[in-house]
Design a protein around this ligand. Structure first.
Ligand SMILES: Nc1ncnc2c1ncn2[C@@H]1O[C@H](COP(=O)(O)OP(=O)(O)OP(=O)(O)O)[C@@H](O)[C@H]1O
Length: 231
């Protein structure tokens, strides 16, 4: 399995340090932190999509050249990641048989191709986005809170789908979220960040069972309490 070593990622705005971390993306890795901790900036840096007003220093080691053509990205909001006025079939680039096969893999049927994004539910759209990502020969998959825009029922189904897919892909995966519960059964490794710094990392299940840092404890407790509350 390929591994990506982010030896140094330093992002600043004027004199303010926003992110200063190093970590590995190995097998399935989750990056967790509260709002404003630097998760999105980290993903944008890997995608080379940081706004020009930010200063960035990225030093990474990987066995392959990373560029947009070989990175798959599953965003927070599938509604805004697709063009609203274009039918799905015209935003999905591979032959028809492959499209059908991929749609099938994500639990959708061919009729979806003739719809505009607005005619699909959030859960269906996120499945379409996943099928599109799988149509490329990707070497790294990044997920940015992929269930944030979905209702609770769709969220559970999409997490289940992501779990199936990530176990088959055999490429490094970085799953960014603030929801530890959702990655518990998907990600083998866990990195906790706070205010742009890595404060704890390790194997997910061990870390959840035995967090060393107080911030990690609070993050875990609030995650599970919220979930109980929502049931
Ligand atoms: N273009 C920018 N200019 C200045 N500061 C920025 C810029 N983009 C983000 N920041 C700051 O960087 C910090 C990290 O932001 P980031 O969006 O990465 O957080 P996050 O962990 O993804 O939060 P959320 O879970 O709410 O999306 C925040 O304090 C944010 O205000």
């Amino acid at each position: 399995m390929l591994k990506i070593e982010v030896k140094e990622l330093n992002i600043s705005h004027q004199n303010k340090q926003l992110v200063d971390i190093s970590f590995n993306i190995e097998n399935t890795t989750a990056l967790i932190g509260e709002s404003g901790s630097g998760k999105s900036l980290t993903l944008k840096a890997l995608l080379n999509l940081l706004p020009s007003e930010l200063n960035v220093k990225l030093n990474l080691k990987s066995q392959f050249e990373l560029d947009v053509s070989n990175i798959g990205f599953i965003p927070q909001n599938p509604f805004t990641s697709l063009s609203p006025m274009t039918k799905i079939k015209n935003q999905f680039f591979c032959d028809k048989e492959k499209k059908k096969e991929l749609l099938n893999l994500v639990g959708l049927e061919e009729w979806v191709l003739n719809r505009f994004p607005i005619q699909l539910s959030g859960g269906q759209l996120q499945r379409v986005v996943i099928a599109m990502v799988l149509s490329k020969k990707i070497k790294l998959l990044l997920l940015d809170e992929p269930t944030t825009a979905l209702d609770e029922k769709s969220k559970i189904k999409i997490i289940e789908l992501i779990k199936q897919i990530t176990s088959k892909l055999q490429i490094p995966i970085l799953f960014v979220t603030h929801d530890i519960e959702s990655i518990k059964t998907i990600c083998e490794n866990l990195i906790i960040i706070k205010k742009g710094k890595v404060i704890e990392k390790g194997k997910t299940l061990e870390l959840i069972k035995n967090p060393k840092n107080d911030y990690t404890k609070v993050l875990i407790d609030s995650n599970f309490k919220n979930r109980e509350f929502r049931k």
